[in-house]
Design a binder for this molecule. Sequence first.
Ligand SMILES: *[C@@H]1O[C@H](CO)[C@@H](O)[C@H](O)[C@H]1NC(C)=O
Length: 356
Amino acid sequence: MALKLNIGLLAVSLSLALVHLDGASAGMATRYWDCCKPSASWNNKAPVYAPVDTCKADGVTLIDPSQADQGQSGCNGGNQYMCSCMQPFNDESDSTLGLGFAAFSAGSESETDCACYYAEFAHDGQGKPIKRNKLLFQVTNTGGDVQSENIDFQIPGGGLGAFAQGCPAQWSTPASQWGQTYGGVSSASQCSNLPHALQEGCQWRFSQWGDNPVLKGAPKRVRCPKSLIDRSGCQRKDDNTVSPYSGQVDSGNTAAPAQYKRNRSVCLGGKKESYGAPGTGGSHVQPIGYGSGNGGAAEGSNNGAGQGAGDKPAPGANNGAVSPSSNGGGSAPQGYSPTKPSVPKGHKKHRVCQWE
Ligand SMILES: *[C@@H]1O[C@H](CO)[C@@H](O)[C@H](O)[C@H]1NC(C)=O
């Protein structure tokens, strides 16, 4: 297995070299929404109070982090998916500022999972201005060992990418309704083909954003806004050592204090929490995903095949190769990362299948 892994990584390096030749010196924001359990939803990836939320197929019911590692991503035959709440949204006081979640590989997962960054964009991929040219985003996924200056931003209808089985499995809809595998739907009206819960974020791309906007400089780490933690459930234990974003934000987007108690109602639209009831196979889970102190530093064992597998569809690629306590050790567990070096042409991007 280790050998296969290495071969996969070699292929990645080669294809990446081409990407760089192709002019990726100015990073950009590509996009995806594959419905897979985010890589940062596995425990012990990084020093966090609790990992990123992962949900049942309804996109709302949280899976208890203490049980999540016993299951699998919906992209790997399991029933754990991306939560619908983790779509882009707007700051209400600055009409040029958007927020959301992304795969970003500025460092190892241990260093970047659940960290927040501020990015500015010059224009879209065609040189046209975009309305929300500033972005606060939290890292939920990774590019693994791939050095990429790109952000792969989570936008529903942004393309299923290499894990095209996740959304059809989660929502019982054909892959064709999600648009092109790389790039996704091509108009706001096509967003109506998506599950209702995802349509708003899909439309956001067309009204507020653009096609592969080009970064103005490298994203800068900032302390996470409350709003992002409300939606992801994840806060790094080192986050209060980082300066907040200094620009104007509405009250929900101000920086979170340490051990911030997330406001889960932000994701529930005022409704009551809808965890699976005990005895129905649902996960009877604490809505407050953190402050519980059982996050990244726990030594729990990543027992069993396929665990730590992010949204990796192939089981077991990390068996034996991965130490769950490797966070902090610099050697991020291999094999689980739904890595995605982004191809700078159009909105295509090639996500890496390290297990292939
Ligand atoms: C939590 O979020 C809900 C929905 O956005 C909001 O109405 C409520 O005021 C928030 N509660 C707190 C304590 O911030």
